[in-house]
Design a protein around this ligand. Structure first.
Ligand code: NAP
Length: 326
């Protein structure tokens, strides 16, 4: 089969379109003919050599989410059959003509979505569900701040939290991105390049602060995040793009009874991911079917142009998702 492989760690041009053996499904896996594969920031980190694939994942074919047609099923697969169209979270190997998928991580494609739209969902929707709703315990009526509001993660988090009945605030790196986030459902978006988000959002919440913060930035955002959290607030970290270390005032954690948590999805086991898939199908898939939550695709590229897709992602010019078409 054709696949994109990472020749060696480096710039986008280390992504190489080549021939690879077609994977064989294990007992609990589906073999899927890929129609589209989502591009995610962790793929960029993997390409640079900063995010090695966990044991069992394809060592050099990136790609954490796909949509396509089931062409073979392992003997223990119970739900999906040959010919079904699905989208799925995978631990790697998505940038390819064929990909194996643990059956529990596959979801049916809502009839109103294209394969490219469906492929743009799993990585961000699984991550947001696990971190905002499970770890962050966001309740209807509470407030959520999403840093990187225009990211793939951000556009999913804004819509899901808004549909859940929460009030959503975001930060983003341009006025255009801020306008887009507000159109998607954010009550207020702060351009972090021109304003101090801590001050703006303290004022916007009448001094109460924010109940849950989803943060991919870390570093110098952390003391500001802790100051901004309301009593019983939860800070959920999913990356540290501005640094892994920062001084914080631990007394704020005691005084406001804060929770600091976080997670990485990729290394979690198939049972954990299957449990999230079930929650998504129950709570979030109806929002996709009704149009309350929509995929946001900024640009598609043919699979062989994966290097261009990575260059675009690293520019941070995009709003929403970038998708490869097989
Ligand atoms: N823990 C997990 O399980 C998990 C899973 C998936 C993704 N993630 C993380 O979630 C983040 C979003 O992923 P994605 O695929 O949605 O990526 P993405 O679409 O490329 O979004 C990243 C966004 O971060 C903003 N940004 C970049 N550098 C920044 C900086 N130094 N300061 C402030 N903002 C910055 C950029 O927007 P601006 O214009 O606003 O700067 C950019 O749009 C990534 O960090 C990724 O590693 C974590």
């Amino acid at each position: 089969m054709k696949a994109i492989v990472i020749d060696k760690p480096g710039a986008p041009d280390v992504l190489h379109y080549t021939e690879r053996p077609r994977p064989e499904p294990q007992e609990h896996e589906l073999l899927v003919k890929v129609a589209a594969a989502g591009v995610n920031r962790p793929d960029v980190a993997q390409r640079k050599g900063h995010y090695p694939p966990p044991p069992g994942a394809s060592p050099d074919i990136p790609g954490l989410e796909i949509a396509g047609t089931v062409v073979a099923t392992g003997k223990d697969c119970k739900r999906f059959k040959i010919g079904d169209t699905i989208c799925a979270l995978v631990t790697g190997g998505g940038y390819a003509e064929y990909c194996v998928v643990p059956e529990g991580q596959a979801l049916p494609i809502p009839a109103n979505l294209t394969p490219a739209e469906a492929a743009s969902l799993p990585e961000t929707f699984f991550t947001v569900w696990s971190n905002v709703f499970d770890r962050g315990r966001l309740q209807p009526g509470e407030s959520l701040l999403v840093h990187g509001g225009s990211s793939g993660i951000g556009v999913a988090a804004i819509q899901m939290a808004h549909a859940w009945g929460a009030t959503v605030y975001v930060t983003a790196g341009s006025d255009d991105k801020c306008i887009y986030c507000e159109q998607l459902g954010a009550k207020k978006a702060v351009n972090y390049k021109t304003a101090k988000f801590g001050d703006v959002l303290k004022q916007a919440t009448n001094g109460k602060g924010i109940d849950v913060i989803l943060d991919m930035i870390g570093g110098d955002y952390t003391p500001v995040n802790l100051d901004l959290l309301a009593e019983e607030g939860r800070l959920v970290l999913i990356n540290v793009m501005r640094g892994d270390e920062t001084p914080i005032k631990l007394s704020a954690v005691m005084r406001k009874r804060l929770t600091i948590t976080g997670s990485t999805l990729r290394a979690r086991d198939a049972a954990f991911k299957a449990a999230i898939a079930q929650q998504l199908e129950k709570y979030v898939w109806p929002w996709l079917v009704s149009g309350k939550v929509k995929p946001v695709i900024y640009k598609t590229f043919p699979m062989e142009a994966a290097a261009k897709a990575h260059t675009l992602m690293e520019s941070s010019e995009h709003i929403g998702k970038i998708v490869l078409l097989a």
